[in-house]
Design a protein around this ligand. Structure first.
Ligand code: GLU
Length: 287
């Protein structure tokens, strides 16, 4: 068993990300779990080595520690390819030739929420697929068959959600986040996924995929996001929100206050706070 924090190295961690990291650490350590760090650098265009370095340095500056080597998704492609092969062998994938625009313009799935895959390529015949392959290389999607799936979340209870026909591999051959995150958590024995509330909607499909890959489903804890005074997700333009502008002490002060605790270090927090008791409301960061 293990917990983890899995940042994407596409920018500096802001106060909301730092608070999520602290809570992920706390959830793991409160139960005596190892705590792993995984760099989610699948998106080659947006990921930068210098952001990875500054993110890890920032976590260390807050006093967080982690176990084992840091894992990078960019180095784990064979693992994702093998999982995709297993899903395909089980009849759980299909080739999709749709462009983004075609999907946006299609009438969305009758049972799915807005934006879900309309099913255009789900039932193409072999000869139709053959003809389309000459035009473009297909994405590979999960054949989810319009199902729902229920997850257990430490903060939100049981949450049922629609499982979309997720893209597992893009047309350009890149494995998708939704596949990688599930394969990695299973491979790393992660049984506790702590991350921001923005990923709550993605969790039922990820748990379903985990199930189909034959791995135990993790418990989730989707923690509140940090918002600015306008109710929008905190961003760099909101002011001094990263450790480029704030000292670690100042960041701890803001985060400790937001959690209603006197603790200003990981160890003190571990002694003071049960992470299951935190507020479920967003953290409105004011300056
Ligand atoms: N890499 C994702 C992010 O930074 C988090 C994915 C996860 O924790 O499952 O938003």
């Amino acid at each position: 068993m293990a917990g983890r924090f899995a940042p994407s190295p596409s920018g500096d961690l802001h106060l909301g990300n730092l608070r999520t990291a602290i809570l992920a650490w706390l959830f793991a350590r409160a139960d005596g779990r190892p705590f792993l760090l995984r760099v989610e650098d699948l998106d080659r265009q947006r990921s930068r080595a210098e952001f990875e370095a500054s993110q890890l340095a920032d976590l260390a500056a807050l006093g967080l520690d982690w176990d084992g080597p840091v894992v990078r998704q960019s180095e784990r492609d064979p693992l994702y390819a093998a999982a995709l092969e297993r899903l395909t062998a089980a009849g759980l994938t299909f080739e999709c030739f749709c462009t983004r625009r075609e999907i946006a313009e299609a009438v969305s799935a009758p049972h799915g929420p807005p934006g879900s895959y309309p099913g255009t390529c789900r039932d193409l015949t072999e000869s139709e697929r053959e003809a389309r392959r000459a035009e473009r290389s297909p994405a590979i999607r999960l054949r989810a068959r319009e199902r729902t799936w229920t997850i257990r979340d430490e903060l939100h209870g049981e949450i049922e959600g629609h499982v979309d026909d997720l893209v597992l591999r893009r047309g350009d051959g890149a494995h998708a986040y939704n596949l990688a995150v599930v394969v990695d958590d299973a491979d790393q024995d992660v049984d506790q996924v702590v991350r921001g509330d923005d990923l709550l909607d993605a969790a039922p499909a990820q748990a379903y995929l985990t199930h189909e890959l034959g791995a135990p489903e993790p418990a989730y804890a989707h923690v509140p996001l940090a918002l600015n005074a306008d109710g929008r997700r905190l961003a760099k333009r909101d002011g001094d929100v990263t450790l480029r502008d704030l000292s670690p002490e100042h960041a701890w002060d803001l985060i400790g206050t937001s959690l209603g605790v006197a603790a200003r270090s990981p160890e003190a927090l571990l002694a003071e706070l049960d992470p299951r008791e935190i507020s479920r409301e967003p953290w409105i960061v004011t300056f």
